[in-house]
Write a protein that binds this ligand. Structure first.
Ligand code: HEC
Length: 140
């Protein structure tokens, strides 16, 4: 009798240990499509964040903010051109003067350039038509 009880408890124990694992595996697969991290986020963090900062806020007088930025939300061509060829010279962004140098990011692939610009245009108080891989290819 006692043996039977032990066996039952043992089985219950196995079930209890086994089921949460099964559950989390299931959760993971069902949640995967909801992970909508923008592919441009990684590019931004790796290549742009060091100057343009978290939340694309920039550093006053040194690195212009890319948040709420007219150039980011503006025509695609000049925007793509900046990333491919860099830029220098005096500019005014949100009332602040910048006169720095930004290097070319030509080493990024067409898709990476499109992704990072779409990431910036899809948030941060910006907007704009989607930049496509072909747009970047045409200007490279
Ligand atoms: C080493 C610092 C640095 C990095 C890294 C950097 N930038 Fe810049 N960026 C600048 C500077 C400085 C300017 C302003 C140049 C000037 O004064 O003419 C600028 C300007 C810009 C502008 C124009 C803003 C405007 O209002 O005219 C855009 C767009 C831009 N950067 C996008 C990017 C993107 C996208 C990346 C990542 C792929 C990036 N930058 C990486 C320093 C940087």
């Amino acid at each position: 009798m006692q043996k039977k009880i032990i066996v039952v408890f043992f089985a219950l124990g196995l079930l209890a240990c086994g089921s949460p694992k099964g559950k989390t595996d299931k959760l993971k697969t069902s949640e995967a499509p909801q992970q909508v991290d923008h592919p441009g986020e990684v590019i931004y963090k790796r290549h742009c964040l060091s100057c343009h900062q978290v939340n694309a806020g920039g550093i006053p007088k040194m690195y212009p903010p890319l948040a709420k930025n007219k150039v980011i939300s503006g025509d695609k061509e000049p925007l793509i051109d900046i990333v491919l060829n860099g830029m220098s010279g005096e500019i005014e962004v949100n009332g602040e003067i910048y006169n720095g140098v930004m290097a070319s990011y030509r080493n990024l692939s067409d898709k990476e350039v499109a992704d990072v610009l779409n990431y910036l245009r899809a948030g941060f108080g910006n907007s704009g038509e989607k930049v496509t891989v072909d747009d970047v290819k045409a200007l490279r």
